[in-house]
Design a protein around this ligand. Structure first.
Ligand code: CA
Length: 228
């Protein structure tokens, strides 16, 4: 059974989420503060997905996200944002979140997002044989790692999936929609903008000059391509 950490300080919203996740077949762990969430993760290192509310009494969800991500690249992280926090979404993704859901959300939407992240994590771990070499990069599909000039580049699961997709389709222009379908899944409810945010973050990690990318290049009005 997949384990989901629910960090939400408002008890009624938290129990609403928990009831619906249990109904959908997930095991849940609850936290009402950022500190509690980090403590719960220390006690339960096998949590698959963390849902992080942004507005918390002791800290904010982005800081919790950053701290979780610093020690755990595998966990899926979904931010729970309010409608007025449009800019925060981008900040959240830059600190290592995989996705965000805007309040108020339906139980169906939330479970679809969690399902998509879980499928991606398990499905892709099973594929994976060997290596893809694109000097100075080496992608190891067995342990899902990327090296640049022999040095490990720390990637989230989503970032890794994007790099693998591009390397497997080197030289081919991929539209934002294709990238969204391949990495987030066809059932994904979110906006295509999430692709741009992840690409921007990836460029910071892999390009020599992120403002003048040589590897993950832009195909204007369409999408992105691996290589010039
Ligand atoms: Ca809150």
């Amino acid at each position: 059974m997949k384990k989901v950490l629910v960090l939400e300080d408002e008890a009624n919203i938290r129990s609403f989420i928990v009831i619906n996740l249990k109904r959908a077949g997930y095991e849940t762990i609850e936290a009402g503060t950022g500190e509690e969430a980090l403590e719960q993760l220390r006690r339960n290192p096998n949590v698959d997905v963390a849902l992080l509310d942004v507005m918390l009494p002791d800290t904010d969800g982005f800081e919790v996200c950053r701290q979780i991500r610093a020690g755990n690249k595998r966990i899926g992280i979904i931010m729970l944002t309010a409608r007025t926090q449009e800019m925060d979404k981008v900040t959240g993704l830059m600190t290592g979140a995989d996705d965000y859901v805007t309040k108020p959300f339906s139980p169906a939407e939330l479970t679809a997002r969690i399902d998509a992240i879980c499928r991606r994590a398990t499905g892709e771990a099973a594929v994976a044989v060997g290596e893809i070499s694109f000097p100075p990069f080496l992608l190891n599909t067995r342990n899902r790692t990327l090296e640049k000039n022999g040095v490990r580049v720390k990637l989230t699961q989503v970032e890794y999936s994007i790099v693998q997709l591009f390397m497997e389709n080197a030289g081919k222009a991929l539209s934002r929609e294709e990238i969204l379908d391949a990495v987030w899944g066809k059932e994904y409810f979110g906006e295509v903008k999430i692709v741009d945010v992840n690409i921007r973050r990836l460029r910071i990690k892999i390009e020599d000059d992120p403002t003048n990318p040589k590897f993950l290049t832009t195909v204007w009005g369409f999408g992105y391509k691996w290589g010039a």
